[in-house]
Design a protein. Structure first.
Length: 347
């Protein structure tokens, strides 16, 4: 393919996956700086990435239902793109893509297609298994004749957000952030286990801050963690924006979290992640750059709930069963915390 004049990216959600798209944007901008890029992104997710330079953003408000979809179609009705990168296979995203006019409509391979995805595309990315989600998204440049060889984020952080984060976490004390809630409740660890890990970190002289969004579920989880703590961490739950969260993560040395958006935001700013993985495979959806500090009980979960080892389970399988996260013990987390702390001290 010759250098395209314009490309439309469609990945509306969620926070983690949108974070994975940023390196692809950087790859396209580095190879073809004159190519006009348009990104159809979710309303919430735009608050994280919507100030990326050189990208025209179109907001999809999925909470508005059909009206939100019609608004996107109306905004793009007169535009014609050389290529559409349809990086989301959900039915809503596939329907949304029908209002985007593009000669080359690039989507997932057959194995990763669902919800009529194959009907809205005319080219596919290479069929591969065993890829991290970020690498799968990065492969969308391959039908265009490129290869993603460098992974770079550099998501802008406004001075206001950095100043706010510095006021919450002043100085250079080693800091553990704890983000206890995933959008998938069955990926969450028990509140009393988070509390035990927090107590350990505080006893070791670390500063610990509890973080999370403003939802009722996240506030309930935070309150349960705080009630179980013997020592008192900072409670920043519901006090940040996505940009402020990015700034907080940038000031911390370590994040403790289940598979969640903050995990990938932390990775994007270079903060180490103590990820909790039993319901999901860290090699597919863990922190992309460094998974050494994660607790990986995915194989145990596969053997316990699916009655076969993880190597025999289809790539990408979620094992979101009640109690699956109980396979991760407090001792597992403390061991990884101590290993990460020793590494960070020696670094």
């Amino acid at each position: 393919m010759s250098v395209p004049a314009s490309i439309c990216l469609l990945r509306a959600s969620a926070i983690g996956d949108v974070t994975h798209v940023v390196p692809l944007v950087r790859t396209l901008q580095r190879a073809w700086p004159q190519t006009a890029l348009t990104w159809v992104v979710g309303k919430l997710e735009r608050k994280l990435v919507g100030d990326l330079p050189g990208v025209d953003f179109v907001t999809f408000d999925k909470s508005a239902g059909w009206a939100g979809m019609r608004a996107v179609h109306a905004e793009l009705r007169s535009r014609r793109f050389d290529a559409l990168l349809q990086m989301q296979v959900a039915l809503r995203a596939n329907l949304l893509s029908l209002g985007i006019h593009a000669r080359h409509r690039i989507g997932y391979d057959h194995a990763r297609s669902k919800d009529l995805h194959g009907l809205v595309i005319n080219q596919r990315i290479p069929a591969r298994s065993g890829e991290h989600v970020l690498d799968a998204i990065g492969s969308f440049v391959e039908p265009l004749g490129l290869t993603q060889t460098e992974v770079r984020w550099d998501i802008p952080v406004p001075d206001e957000a950095s100043d706010w984060a510095a006021a919450q976490l002043p100085g250079n004390a080693p800091t553990l952030l704890v983000s206890p809630s995933s959008s998938h409740a069955l990926r969450n660890w028990r509140a009393e286990r988070y509390a035990a890990a927090i107590d350990h970190a505080l006893a070791r002289g670390w500063r610990v801050a509890l973080i999370g969004g403003p939802s009722a579920a996240e506030r309930t989880m935070a309150d349960a963690v705080l009630a179980a703590c013997k020592r008192v961490p900072l409670d920043l739950t519901g006090k940040d924006t996505l940009k402020k969260l990015l700034a907080l993560l940038d000031r911390a040395q370590l994040l403790l979290t289940p598979d969640s958006g903050p995990m990938h935001m932390a990775n994007a700013v270079g903060t180490k992640v103590l990820g909790l993985h039993a319901a999901s495979n860290p090699d597919r959806s863990g922190p992309y750059s460094d998974r050494r500090w994660c607790v990986n009980r995915y194989d145990d979960a596969a053997r316990t709930y699916l009655h076969r080892p993880a190597a025999e389970v289809a790539w990408g399988t979620k094992i979101e069963h009640a109690g699956v996260m109980d396979l991760i013990s407090v001792d597992d987390v403390i061991e990884r915390f101590e290993a990460a702390a020793a590494f960070l001290q020696a670094d």
